[in-house]
Write a new protein. Structure first.
Length: 264
């Protein structure tokens, strides 16, 4: 009541005060956004300079998708642009706030969903973070809330006990059937998970990239027989705005970051 009286008496200034006092608290989700930026900076260090970060060294889009998930959100899109002036620049659009930091149920207005854009090139100092308007429509074009849709995608991800473990795919045939066998035998999915719409294609450096759906959510699988692949996460949820196709999975399978063996 006091706020309303102040707003009425003070005109525009009072209205701004009213809006400020009633604005949702974004500190929690903003803190997660900052932590995600720091995780990315850690990834872009050589492994022995990563300062205790969970990765360091080479990584793929899978690392980025799983980090967004670890900070309570989902990767909306990821793209790479190359130019003579800036070199190779990577851009990530992320929605956070789908899961609060505490792990408790989201309280409407108390832990708002927000979106952010991250750009990076080579090295930790290249990372920038900026606010981004969240999408106002569903990714499938159907009516309804994009937040509800993307929250459902987050809850329908692969749920196997080892789904987030770095793992080598060595020894499994580079075929759609080999991909499903790998998921099942390595416990990346549970017996209750449904795996459908599997398609694959060869990718650079002997990699076989697979797009598939686990419980209706698109995932990408990177099958790499090289010894160093054991340090990478082979399976991750595809960005929400990316097609569920093998060519898109092949683009997502490219390596980012610094290889410590080549960093001196």
């Amino acid at each position: 009541m006091l706020t309303a009286l102040v707003a009425a008496a003070a005109g525009v200034g009072g209205t701004l005060l009213y809006q400020r006092l009633d604005a949702p608290d974004t500190s929690g989700v903003d803190a997660e956004a900052g932590a995600l930026a720091e995780s990315l900076r850690g990834d872009l260090n050589a492994g022995f300079y990563s300062g205790g970060q969970p990765y360091g060294g080479q990584f793929t889009q899978g690392t980025l998708a799983l980090q967004a998930e670890a900070h309570g959100g989902i990767l909306l899109s990821a793209r790479t642009e190359r130019s003579r002036e800036k070199g190779t620049m990577h851009t990530l659009d992320v929605m956070l706030g789908l899961v609060p930091p505490s792990g408790d149920e989201v309280v409407t207005g108390g832990y708002p969903v927000r979106c952010y854009r991250y750009t990076f090139a080579f090295g930790p100092h290249s990372v920038t973070q900026a606010d981004l308007p969240c999408p106002n429509s569903r990714t499938d074009g159907k009516p309804g809330s994009p937040v509800a849709e993307l929250g459902a995608l987050l809850s329908h991800r692969a749920s196997g006990p080892s789904a987030r473990r770095p793992l080598s795919t060595k020894g499994y045939p580079h075929t759609p059937r080999g991909a499903v066998d790998f998921l099942r035998k390595q416990h990346l999915v549970t017996p209750e998970d449904r795996v459908t719409a599997v398609s694959g294609t060869p990718a650079p450096a002997g990699v076989y990239a697979v797009a598939l759906r686990i419980n209706t959510t698109c995932h990408y699988l990177r099958m790499d027989p090289s010894p160093t692949s054991r340090d990478l996460h082979p399976l991750w949820p595809a960005p929400a705005h990316s097609p569920c196709t093998a060519p898109e999975a092949a683009k997502a399978s490219l390596l980012y970051g610094i290889d410590p063996s080549k960093a001196g």
